[in-house]
Design a protein. Sequence first.
Length: 182
Amino acid sequence: MPLIPLLPLFHAFNTQYFEETLTDGVKPLVAVRWSDGKLRKTAGFYRRKRKGLFQRNCEIVLSQPLLQNLPRSAIESTLCHEMIHAWVDLILGLEEGHGPNFHQRMNVINSSQDKFKVTIRHNFPVPNTLQKWWAICPNCLIRYPYKRKVKGAACRRCCDKYHDGKWNINCLLKYECFSEEA
Ligand SMILES: [Zn+2]
Ligand SMILES: [Zn+2]
């Protein structure tokens, strides 16, 4: 699935939810881009890098690996979340994280539309990588947590107990998905 371009979305949100404060004329006060494939810890972030006394270099980065296969509303929600951080920082000049101004703006945005919902969880929505697997033994029903499915993995206990420690197809683990944040 091709990545949706973020800049038009940024401009639309800037007009709809930020009274066009996040642009100087048509120029965004903050750069917006997709990450490379490595950003997996968070769905997105806002950061400010100071270059000298007056020059600022701010950017919003959204995680390509976490968001690219999620519905558009997840991308919108994450972008909007980071734009609130940019607004609190650049327009209000405050350092408050998810403080009262953040919450207030978030609530206004959430109550003004129902296409997406901004939350204070940085990982909203639950990224694919947080999904884990229970590997369940069909014999003894023991559950092993797995980060990913391992093809052909069998229950060691039952292989030891019933099959002289040799891998046996009857001990093949069955996988069940679960989410840490559920
Ligand atoms: Zn945040
Ligand atoms: Zn077993």
